[in-house]
Design a protein around this ligand. Structure first.
Ligand SMILES: *[C@@H]1O[C@H](CO)[C@@H](O)[C@H](O)[C@H]1NC(C)=O
Length: 156
């Protein structure tokens, strides 16, 4: 609910000339958009455990699964995708169940995280005629090779 309010507050009709318009062209295309996508800038997860990369979206009303698309990309590659009821995913990746998607939960779940999963991810949401790309979010994998303090503690 808070996110919905925040989303509403962020949508302001354009007012007057705006010199930086060229820089923000992709956003201006959606100036009247109800669709908002929120991600967390980064997550840290221990090697071998489950990662949840948050992506919340609000469509300004009820979510219609039949016209919903949610996809996560990493290095230009699609990791997981929900496209109007059809799901495709890399082996250890998944999106929330339909009930969760309906509530605006488009978070990416990675089971048993590997070092190779580290990097930048982007969540993209489409609903009816609208589409929004979330800001990049970074996944850091903490392991024996990555997290010196933990290894020092474990040695005792
Ligand atoms: C979103 O979905 C994931 C995966 O099903 C779940 O673990 C998480 O708790 C959900 N988040 C919220 C806020 O409901």
């Amino acid at each position: 609910m808070l996110l919905l309010l925040l989303g509403a507050a962020l949508v302001r009709p354009g007012s007057g000339p705006f010199p930086a318009a060229q820089l923000t062209a992709p956003n201006l295309l959606h100036a009247g958009s109800q669709l908002q996508v929120f991600v967390e800038p980064s997550s840290r997860v221990r090697l071998g455990s489950r990662a949840l990369l948050l992506c919340r979206f609000a469509v300004g009303g009820p979510v219609a699964l039949g016209s919903l698309q949610v996809a996560w990309y990493s290095q230009e590659k699609c990791v997981v995708q929900y496209d109007q009821g059809t799901r495709e995913a890399q082996p250890h990746a998944s999106l929330p169940k339909d009930e969760q998607l309906c509530q605006g939960n488009g978070s990416l779940s990675l089971s048993s995280v590997r070092v190779a999963d580290e990097g930048s991810y982007r969540c993209k949401v489409g609903h009816e005629a609208e589409e929004q790309l979330g800001k990049p979010t970074t996944l850091r994998v903490l392991g024996e090779d990555h997290e010196q303090p933990h290894r020092a503690l474990a040695r005792d």
